[in-house]
Structure formats: structure tokens, C-alpha cells
Design a protein around this ligand. Structure first.
Ligand SMILES: *Cc1c(COP(=O)(O)O)cnc(C)c1O
Length: 397
């Protein structure tokens, strides 16, 4: 048996691999430089061009580009009309922003447990969380796999809830052939550098509903309108505008939009490579009893953002932490996605208690995200597989 690097052996590779990384080429750089030399750094033509491109990719009618994914969720929550006294059902296995967006509006997030195999929010758990105060569901396409949209859609229709999809992980994914972004009432995207396509910071919301679209536009830019039809005191003064709601400045810059437009041209290429890597990992890990791979649902044609292994510690002589550290020593730098949101100290402070979602808590004790991004070479992928196998061989009971 090979000696583990953490015990003084030779690491599987000499240079570290991170779990996620952007891919920027010369074309991306040129696109940004050209926009920097143009007349518009913000509020210019690249924003419109980007919003049209995102409508193309997602099949949505309307798109509003914003400064980041958190802002996207916030304006989606505003457009949904969330406020004081409302409850919003979401998953605990997500980034805090999926729940924070409800708190921003004075609404209360309610955490519904995950399916133990797909790790996405369980529609049965959603049903159990519904009360007369429930106003919306924020469903997160965790790792890029679409949530059970059919079932969740019909739950939302039945109870008159707004369906907000947090698609920070899932641009490019299709559900029953339809692209994510065209299915929920509002879909929020993030273009942070670890996500599949990036603008540095960036986000967007898509919708097919014109009324929601108008509210998104107001929320993005101070609640200000220059549309006469929306005004209380319409005026012909060319400088005239009205602030008709309370909004924010969540605008994206034109040079970020130019970067994202250039990245979107590579989305097919990025998606194909991510799928290839996922297939290699699945083949390597599916039949090892000491680890569990994420179940794939047939409805979702998934562009995976994260690849998750669950470490079955009852069949190993190590803890998840020891496995994580040993993999790190082999120069495979993993991550853990996510700490259940309601375990975060702020959430404890506002009254949430541990024990709420047992499946999520068990999942959190076992999960680890392996490197997954476009520029991983076959050799890199093999190194990851070799390192995991090396650890399993050492730690298996
Ligand atoms: C990244 C992410 C966000 C937030 O996006 P930012 O662009 O970082 O603000 C929201 N939800 C999920 C699930 C994410 O992964």
C-alpha cells in the first residue's frame, strides 16, 4: 500500500489543484479592453446585448443583468413582493444568499429538508412546510442539477406561491428539454469566478412575466423610472424621472457584460468538458461502497458546477475531516458545500435550531467537493481519482 502524503509519503501530484477556477482566454481579454475604450463603462449597449444573449441561452422572454448573484436573488424577492410576515421555503444545503434574500425583505426563510440522494430540496418536505403565510419557494439547483421542477411547479400553482429558482449553479442545464431560466417565475443566476461562466462579479434574473420584469428593472436602479406610463406626474421635461419604489444600485458594468458575452460563446465548450469530467468521476467512484455519488435524475440534462463525494465514515477508519486533510496533502484541494444555512451563527441568533433537517445535517457531515472546471486536464482528473483511491485503500475497514 502506498504511504499517504499526510503520513510522509509522496503526494499524488506536486502542484495543488483547487476545486474551482475560471477560464479566461485572449478573446475575453480583448472584449473587456474594447469596452474600456468605448463610450460606455456602465448603462451602455453591452448590457442590452448581454440580456438578449441570456434570453437566448435560457429561452426566457426577459432578463435583467445585475452586479452579482446575491443582488439577483434580492431583486427576485422584491419582484415577488416578499415582505414582513411572509414565509419563504428554501433548502438548507445552499449558499447563505438563497435564504438571506428573504431576510432582506423582512420575510422568514423556512428550511425544507433535502432528498438524501439528489441533495436537492425534497418536494414532500416543501409540502410539509406550507402554512397560510407561505408566499414563495426559493428552489436551488444544487451542483447544477435541476430541482424537481414539475412537482415544485405544481405545488406552487396549487398554493399560489411564487417559484424563484436559484440557478447560480445551473446555467446551461435543461429540465425535460427546457433550459433553466425559462421555467420558474423568476430565475436567478450568478457569474462569480467559480461558476460555469463569469464576469468577475455578476448576476442576472430571467422571467417570462412582463409585470415581474418591470419590478426587477425598478429594483435594480433606485426604483427610478423614465417611463411615462409608470409616472404619477408625467412630464415632458427631458431631465424628468420619478422614483416610484425603493430600489438599489445593483447595475452591472459594460466591461463585465462584455466579459460575460465572450464567456457565453464558450458555454457549450465549458459544458461539454464539465460533463466529460463528471462522467469520468462517476465511472471511477460509482462502485466504491465507501463513497456515495450524487444521484442523477433523468429529467435533468445537467451542466455540473460541483462534483460531490460523500464519505461513508462507518466503512472507513477516518473522519471526513481526516479524509479532507489527507486529500489536501496529496495536493487535491477540496471544499465542503455547504454548512446547513440555519447552522450559521446569525441564523442561530435569530431563532433557528439544529436538528431541523436531518437529511441535510447527515449530508453535511459526509460531503466533499472535488475539483471540477473546464481547464482540468485528463491528467489532473486522473490524479484526483488516484488520490481518492489511494485514500480509500488506506482507510477502508
Ligand atoms: C454563488 C451563489 C450565490 C450568490 O452569488 P454571488 O454572485 O456570489 O452573489 C447564490 N446562491 C448560490 C447557490 C450560489 O452558489
Amino acid at each position: 500500500m502506498e504511504t499517504l502524503a499526510i503520513l510522509g509519503g509522496r503526494p499524488v501530484r506536486s502542484t495543488p489543484l483547487t476545486y474551482g477556477k475560471q477560464y479566461i482566454d485572449e478573446e475575453d481579454i480583448q472584449a473587456v479592453v474594447e469596452t474600456l475604450k468605448s463610450d460606455y463603462l456602465t448603462c451602455g449597449p453591452k448590457i442590452t446585448e448581454l440580456e438578449e444573449a441570456l434570453c437566448q441561452v435560457t429561452g426566457a422572454k426577459y432578463c435583467v443583468a445585475v452586479s452579482n448573484g446575491t443582488a439577483a436573488l434580492h431583486i427576485a424577492a422584491i419582484a415577488a413582493g416578499l415582505g414582513e410576515g411572509d414565509e419563504v421555503i428554501t433548502s438548507p444545503i445552499t449558499f447563505a444568499a438563497s435564504a438571506n434574500c428573504s431576510l432582506y425583505c423582512g420575510a422568514r426563510p423556512v428550511f425544507a429538508d433535502i432528498n438524501p440522494e439528489t441533495y436537492n430540496i425534497d418536494p414532500k418536505a416543501i409540502r410539509r412546510c406550507i402554512t397560510p403565510r407561505t408566499k414563495a419557494v426559493v428552489a436551488v439547483d444544487f451542483t447544477g442539477q435541476a430541482v424537481a421542477l414539475n412537482e415544485i411547479r405544481s405545488i406552487c400553482d396549487k398554493h399560489h406561491l411564487t417559484l424563484i429558482e436559484d440557478a447560480a449553479h445551473s446555467i446551461g442545464t435543461r429540465y425535460n428539454g427546457r433550459p433553466v431560466g425559462s421555467i420558474a417565475d423568476l430565475t436567478a443566476f450568478s457569474f462569480h469566478p467559480v461558476k460555469t461562466v463569469t464576469s468577475g462579479e455578476g448576476g442576472a434574473v430571467t422571467t417570462n412575466d412582463e409585470a415581474l420584469y418591470k419590478r426587477l428593472l425598478l429594483a435594480r436602479s433606485h426604483g427610478i423610472t423614465r417611463d411615462r406610463a409608470q409616472m404619477t406626474f408625467p412630464s415632458d421635461d427631458p431631465w424628468y424621472y420619478e422614483q416610484i419604489t425603493l430600489g438599489y444600485n445593483y447595475r452591472l458594468t459594460d466591461f463585465q457584460a462584455a466579459l460575460l458575452l465572450s464567456q457565453l460563446k464558450k458555454l457549450k465548450m465549458f459544458s461539454a468538458r464539465r460533463k466529460e469530467i463528471v462522467a469520468k468521476y462517476n465511472e471511477a467512484f460509482s462502485n466504491i461502497p465507501q463513497i456515495q455519488v450524487q444521484k442523477e435524475i433523468p429529467e435533468s440534462d445537467t451542466v455540473r458546477h460541483l462534483y460531490i463525494l460523500r464519505i461513508k465514515c462507518d466503512m472507513l477508519t477516518c473522519t471526513r475531516r481526516e479524509f479532507f486533510d489527507a486529500l489536501y496533502a496529496e495536493n487535491i484541494h477540496c471544499q465542503v458545500h455547504y454548512i446547513p444555512v440555519y447552522w450559521l451563527p446569525y441564523y442561530e441568533k435569530i431563532g433557528y435550531k439544529k436538528g431541523l433537517c436531518p437529511n441535510a445535517e447527515t449530508y453535511y457531515g459526509e460531503c466533499m467537493s472535488l475539483p471540477l472546471y473546464y481547464s482540468l486536464s485528463d491528467k489532473d482528473v486522473d490524479d484526483v481519482i488516484r488520490a481518492v483511491n489511494k485514500l480509500i485503500a488506506y482507510y477502508r475497514k
